[in-house]
Each structure stands twice: as structure tokens, then as C-alpha cells.
Design a protein around this ligand. Sequence first.
Ligand code: HSE
Length: 306
Amino acid sequence: MAELRKRCVVRAPATTANLGPGFDCLGLALDLWNEARFALEGEGVAVAVTGEGAGCLPADESNLVARAALRVYAEVGEAPPGGLRIECTVRVPLSSGLGSSSSAIVAGLLGGNELLGRPLGRDRLLELAAGLEGHPDNVAAALFGGLTIVVQKSERLLTKKILVPEVYVALAVPELPFSTDAARAGLPTEVTMRDAVFNMGRIPLVVEALRTGDFELLGQVMDDRLHQANRLRLIPGGRTAWEAAQRSGAAAVAISGSGPSLIAFVSLATEAGVVARAMAEAFAAEGVPARPLGLAASSAGATVLP
Ligand code: HSE
């Protein structure tokens, strides 16, 4: 075990989950980072937030970063620290389908683990993260980086990280009240064999297309019959923005995670901004303000900074 520490700084990325057909099993880390500074000082738990969610995210032990950090103490049978200060710089938009809660959870777990001298390995941290988040796909990508495949195997999670070459994405983040729970509640509990097979065949092709940078292939296989049609109905302007992305040159389009953001894959970095703006303008034309974002995928996952 490493030494106990009184301070540490952790960063954890935004993520996009599902990637079309890979419902609940595919995730991709994005180059947009939340940062959390931990210090064992003062009394009780105090969290300061700047950036996204400043003024509305909790400042006490109910904050997700703090809850995750304290979860590591409980897991290893340590009493919570007498005083814990956490300063969060939040860059991942909240409730947007970009894995903001996964990023917070993973940052908290990594920070708590670091303060305790790293008693837990990444596989156990992944299981704790999935327990706190409820779904493993975003947390796996946030923890490991790159393109991750995650499956439940009895009580354990089995994860494989696939390194991807330079991948650029365009996002439109609409200002819509949205929750993953509501977006999941609208999904069927049973699907037909035909629809299951439709998705099953496409998942390895999405992985292969991203692994080899084959955007032509990606454009042919990033469709889905399990979740996106139901969810698109919950996103006003979503269909129009999707079509705008296709018209402006996107190779493939999907709902990011459970939505409401849309993600489009482009073959050149310079196209990301153009496609993101086209999607945001299409949302705006339907009366829904949306933020355009052009990002790259990240091969790195959450990290303790030196
Ligand atoms: N796979 C999840 C979903 C992503 O689509 O609901 C959100 O955690």
C-alpha cells in the first residue's frame, strides 16, 4: 500500500455511453475533465463547487464526490476523517448525458482511495462506482479511459478497454430538465429477438470501427433498436438536430448516454465545431437553447495528479 496522504488532486473525464447499439455496455471517455482537490483538514465535510452546478450542488457530505470518497473509508473499515475539504471544478455539464455523476463518483473514489494510501485496486473501485451510479458503462469509461466494454458477470464486472485512435465528436447539450431514471423508465422491459439480434451484430462493428478509425463503417452500424427511438421522443428538437448533424457531414449520430445531448462522430477535428453548431442551431430553431461542444476522445481515464 502507498503512504497515507493529507492532500491530493484528482481529475476524471466526461463520458458518453451506449454509442448507439451498445446499451449499458459501451462507454467512451472524452477530453473534458472535472477536477477535485482533497484535503484532510478542518472539521466535518465541506465541499466547494465552481463551474457547472456552482450554487446548487450540495456543499456537505451529501455531495456525490464526498459520498464516493467516504464510501472508500467504509469499504476498508476506516472511520470517516475528522475533517475533509473538497474543492471541485466542474466542467462536465450536469444531467446532460455526458456522465457528470460518473465523473464525480470516480473522482471521489479515487480521491478517498489516495488519501488512504490506495488500499483498493481499480477493479474494486469500478464495482463501488457502479454501485453508486447504478449503471457500469459511464463509470468504466471514466475510470479506465478509452473505449470500454463492460459486462456483469455474477457479482463482478468484467471490463475491457479498447484503445482508439484520434476520434473527434460534436455534441449539442440542450437545456432540458432530464434524468437518467426518467429516460430509463420509458424503455420496454422486454424486447423481441429480432431487435436484440439487430443490436448484437452492430456492437462489435461499432467497436471495430472506432478501434480502426473507420468512420464509413461507423456510419453504417451506429443504429439501435433498443432505446434510442423511445428516448428521442423525450427530447424536443432532437430529431431535427440529429438530421442537421447528418446534413452537415457527421459520420454517425447517437444519443449520448440516456440523453438529452446528441453526439455526432466526425472524421476531422475541424468538423467537430461545425457539426456541433449545426445541431445547436437546429435545437434553437425548435425553441430549445443548446450548447455546442467539439471534443476529442480521451485514451486516459481518471488520474491522481502528481
Ligand atoms: N446506459 C445508461 C442508459 C447510461 O442508457 O440509461 C446512463 O448511465
